[in-house]
Ligand binder design. Structure first.
Ligand SMILES: Nc1ncnc2c1ncn2[C@@H]1O[C@H](COP(=O)(O)OP(=O)(O)OP(=O)(O)O)[C@@H](O)[C@H]1O
Length: 682
């Protein structure tokens, strides 16, 4: 047995022992909990009348439950480590010492007994930085007690699966790229995978950045932005357990399956999953008292694809200039909207002047439409104190109604529509609430106006916000986000993947909106695609400054067909789900996706393919990312990747938005890409 295997056996043995002890602790803990329950039920009638004993019992029970929970989590981690206890090793000699120390690095800390020196270090521990940041030679890491300097004598990389050593390499011959190449050459694990064994130096600097409140990562398609953002969250959770819990982190996701797509990274890294939110759904919830329905981003994209010459006022209405106009309008409403009058309810009285005085002088900082509530509460409190009694509920309603009558109008829909008209834009249709469907171009401006006119509850529970695909959010959306969240942020994106005709660089305005303490870092190296695919994709957008990872594959196949059916027939010929785990047919519009999905599903079923399990047509309502073949639009495929991609488009699809769409499709492919054009004449 060689040294590597011997050490592995030794660590696995220790893990087994520790697991056996944990099992004992869990069984013992469960017994204790059961005993406490029994004791309680047998004795609760005799416990002291003040509840002290009851309280003590509850505390003890809670303590035991927490202790057991901790043991269960440890068991989970160590069971995972039985499969692969570590993936790296650094032999490091501290300055002034002679003997090197060996550090094994894995998914989590492991020591033979709780509190003893670890046999394996968590990849997020300070010492593990040596593994990611340095080759052999002088190196240092920053420990809580200060900087630790020394020399790396050797560095090793291991692949261990099912407790068996697949390979072990000493790392001074630039094996990094070999190992990474092998990892990237594998078929996708269906969902996004953790990359802890091959994190690159430039990526590590971002993951371990704790200094900057707002970190913006700009990077080429496939440069690992999403992966890094999630590893960064895992790192921050590990280093700041007291302040940050998984439930304090929120991801703004680009599509409805994204949450499923990233769902197993954090649990794999021993953390609980984080929350995810679609901004469009959030906006709808915020406006549903005012309108019946709101269009989503995908409705807007579909419109732009179908009627490219009539893109409407979308861009204009999301701009800074438009937000400035809305600000001005909100200021004008300060006086224009108010119709103060004398107030009288039973013996409670106030003159028009008194109310206006309170409104403008006492509560000037409260947004206009929420301010009258403050005035009402003030006046009511005053009266109730003097009268020595509180109003009944129905009286309160009556009082509120009278106060609210002092607004000429409180309907946000009407106010926004008036603004449009006054500013020279077409107004909104005058229809009852049940028929109000808000066009996408008006959703965020109306929400912006709402937050100017009504108090917006800042989301204090969220302490870290991740914004993926940052280029897809507009100025006005960032203004809204800034009002909602004042927490730390990781913002990531790629301007080359903008879903509009013109590529958007949000860094042009982000510092104005989020403040100056933004650090912007870029990732130039792209890992997802083979060289052939990446170079092809670059040509679509006229080049990017991405550095490509040297991994070769089949050339991109470009074929022209006369009908969509012929193109889809060829998809069936080329589709290789023996070789690949995931494949996708990506098209421009939802109609095209529905047609392709219907056609392919029928043909696949004729051939005995299990479409229940291995086929999906992904649309705005999908929430699961599946193995097998997915048919969807380019905009739903944002942020995802597939082993084999077929893009089917028409030869007439030639607008700048189509170009962006093709780029997004092409960069989704890991190993094989087919670009199928259908000749519609034209
Ligand atoms: N250091 C790494 N080691 C192994 N794989 C990596 C590494 N960095 C990135 N990858 C892989 O590259 C692919 C792209 O990563 P990811 O989806 O995070 O990139 P992205 O920049 O968010 O892409 P896009 O903007 O195109 O959606 C994934 O398969 C990921 O596992």
């Amino acid at each position: 047995m060689d040294q590597s295997t011997e050490h592995l056996e030794y660590v696995l043995g220790c893990l087994r022992e520790r697991l056996a002890k944990i099992e004992e602790n869990i069984a013992q803990g469960e017994k204790e909990i059961e005993g406490m329950h029994e004791y309680y039920w047998e004795n609760y009638t005799e416990m002291d009348q003040y509840g002290y004993e009851d309280f003590d019992n509850q505390q003890a029970l809670l303590g035991q439950i927490n202790a057991n929970q901790e043991q269960l989590l440890l068991r989970q981690r160590f069971l995972r480590m039985m499969d692969s206890p570590y993936f790296g090793r650094v032999d490091f000699v501290y300055e002034g010492e002679e003997e090197p120390e060996t550090f094994y690095i894995g998914i989590g800390n492991f020591s033979r007994e709780a509190g003893k020196v670890p046999m394996v270090y968590d990849w997020r521990a300070p010492v593990s930085g040596l593994f990611y940041d340095y080759d052999k030679g002088q190196a240092y890491y920053d420990a809580p007690g200060g900087r630790m300097e020394g020399e790396i004598l050797s560095k090793w990389q291991y692949k261990i699966r099912g407790g068996k050593l697949v390979y072990a390499f000493e790392n001074d011959v630039k094996i990094d790229d070999d190992v990474l190449g092998r990892e990237l050459g594998n078929c996708s694990d269906v969902k996004l995978k953790n990359i802890i064994s091959t994190i690159q130096k430039e990526q590590n600097a971002i993951i371990r950045n704790t200094k900057d409140r707002i970190l913006v990562i700009q990077g080429a398609a496939g440069s690992g932005k999403t992966s890094i953002a999630l590893h960064r969250i895992a790192y921050l959770l590990y280093h700041d357990r007291k302040y940050l819990k998984s439930s304090n982190v929120l991801v703004l996701s680009p599509n409805s399956v994204f949450s499923d797509y990233i769902s197993h990274i954090l649990p794999e890294l021993g953390e609980e999953n984080i929350r995810e939110m679609s901004f469009d759904i959030f906006a709808y919830h915020q406006l549903k008292d005012v309108v019946h329905d709101c269009e989503e981003r995908c409705d807007q994209i579909e419109k732009e694809l179908k009627f490219p010459e009539d893109v409407g006022l979308f861009a204009e209405k999301q701009s800074k200039e438009f937000a400035v106009k809305l600000n001005k309008y909100a200021l004008e409403l300060e006086y224009g909207l108010m119709e103060f009058s004398d107030f009288k309810f039973k013996k409670m009285e106030k003159t028009e002047e008194e109310i206006a005085g309170l409104f403008y002088s006492r509560f000037p900082d409260i947004p206009l439409l929420s301010r009258m509530d403050a005035v009402m509460e003030y006046v009511t409190d005053e009266y109730e104190t003097l009268a020595g009694r509180d109003f009944e509920e129905d009286e309160k309603l009556c009082v509120r109604e009278k106060f609210m009558e002092m607004y000429e109008n409180r309907d946000l829909y009407v106010l926004y529509s008036r603004f449009l008209e006054e500013s020279g834009y077409p107004s909104l249709p005058r229809v009852p609430r049940e028929e109000r469907r808000l066009a996408y171009e008006d959703v965020y401006p109306m929400l912006y106006l709402k937050y100017m006119l009504c108090t917006c509850a800042e989301n204090r529970n969220i302490k870290h916000l991740v914004i993926d695909e940052m280029q897809d959010y507009s100025y006005i959306q960032y203004e809204i986000l800034a009002k909602l969240f004042s927490c730390r942020m990781t913002v990531l994106g790629d301007r080359a993947q903008t879903m509009e005709g013109v590529q958007r660089n949000v860094m042009d305005f982000l510092p104005q909106v989020l403040g100056k303490d933004i650090r912007c870092l870029s990732l130039r190296k792209s890992y997802r695609n083979t060289i052939e695919i990446a170079e092809y994709a670059e040509r679509i957008v006229g080049g990017t400054d991405a550095e490509l990872f040297e991994r070769h594959g089949a050339p991109v196949r470009e074929v022209i067909f006369s009908t969509v059916e012929e193109a889809l027939q060829e998809v069936l010929v080329q589709l290789d789900l023996e070789k690949f785990e995931t494949a996708a047919v990506l098209v421009m519009t939802q109609d095209a996706a529905d047609f392709a999905a219907g056609y392919l599903k029928c043909r696949l079923e004729e051939n005995g393919f299990d479409t229940e399990k291995r086929f999906a047509c992904m649309d705005r309502n999908s929430t699961i990312f599946c193995k097998g073949l997915t048919v969807t639009t380019f905009y739903h495929a944002k942020g995802l990747e597939f082993d084999q991609v077929f893009t089917v488009y028409k030869n007439t699809d030639r607008t700048p938005l189509h170009r962006q769409a093709k780029y997004i499709c092409a960069t989704r492919a890991l190993h094989e890409l087919c670009m199928f054009e259908v000749d519609f004449g034209g």
